[in-house]
Design a binder for this molecule. Structure first.
Ligand SMILES: C[S@@+](CC[C@H](N)C(=O)[O-])C[C@H]1O[C@@H](n2cnc3c(N)ncnc32)[C@H](O)[C@@H]1O
Length: 213
């Protein structure tokens, strides 16, 4: 996702009250940070934030955190969250997902959402995929025992790669379909920005849910 560079984006992100700038200090204390015992759900690679701006309002009983590494993109998500009236149950990290271990302690996360992650089609870039085994190792540590990971993508190669990596990485795939909108899983679905783009072009959406074993 390429956006025109906004010169003051970094400064605006740093000042925004929804952004947690030193999340390493909250490691192990996320419940205290939110001030409640609600489950903690992450979306990795939030993009412009459409999913979270809806999810945080439909599910106020969840603490939501969006993780995005590009500040210009995160700025859009922050603006959307404010415009749509999200409450204090939605916060953001300006962070590369490869640093998640520094931010979440073992068993601290209830669910991880991966939505239309960059596919990195070249083999030499495979370790950048958010379902590469190095990322999965982090997710396994952070997730609660009965926690799970949920993934949506238009990209069949990334989907198949993810299924293989999950099987090798200590996850059990409990649900999967290569056409989300022709399945029962779409009933609670909240579409993302990319998802709306792909479905409007008639492309099927792959979906899976995998439980930490
Ligand atoms: C293709 S976009 C999808 C955006 C959104 N999830 C959607 O479905 O509309 C992928 C997003 O993931 C972000 N991203 C990719 N790798 C990341 C990483 N390692 N850590 C954090 N964000 C990442 C990109 O910057 C981009 O905004």
């Amino acid at each position: 996702m390429r956006l025109r560079r906004k010169p003051q984006a970094q400064q605006m992100v740093r000042k925004h009250p929804r952004v947690i700038l030193d999340p390493e200090r909250v490691r192990g204390y996320w419940k205290a940070f939110f001030g409640n015992n609600h489950p903690l759900f992450l979306e990795l690679g939030t993009g412009k934030g459409q999913f979270l701006s809806r999810a945080c309002q439909q599910h106020t009983e969840i603490n939501w955190i969006g993780v995005e590494r590009i500040e210009e993109v995160l700025l859009h998500a922050l603006q959307k969250a404010d415009e749509t009236g999200c409450g204090g149950n939605l916060r953001f990290l300006w962070l590369d997902a490869k640093k998640l271990d520094e931010v979440f302690a073992e068993g601290e996360v209830d669910r991880i959402h991966l939505h239309f992650s960059d596919p990195w089609p070249k083999k030499r870039h495979a370790k950048r995929r958010l379902t590469d085994r190095r990322f999965l190792e982090q997710y396994r540590r952070m997730l609660k025992k009965d926690g799970f990971l949920q993934l949506k993508t238009d990209n069949e190669d990334l989907f198949n790669f993810s299924l293989e990596e999950l099987a090798k990485g200590g996850f059990q795939v409990t649900d999967s379909t290569s056409d989300l909108y022709d399945s029962s899983f779409d009933q609670e679905n909240i579409p993302t920005e990319y998802e709306e783009k792909f479905t409007s072009q008639g492309m099927p959406i792959h979906f899976l849910r995998a439980r930490h074993m």
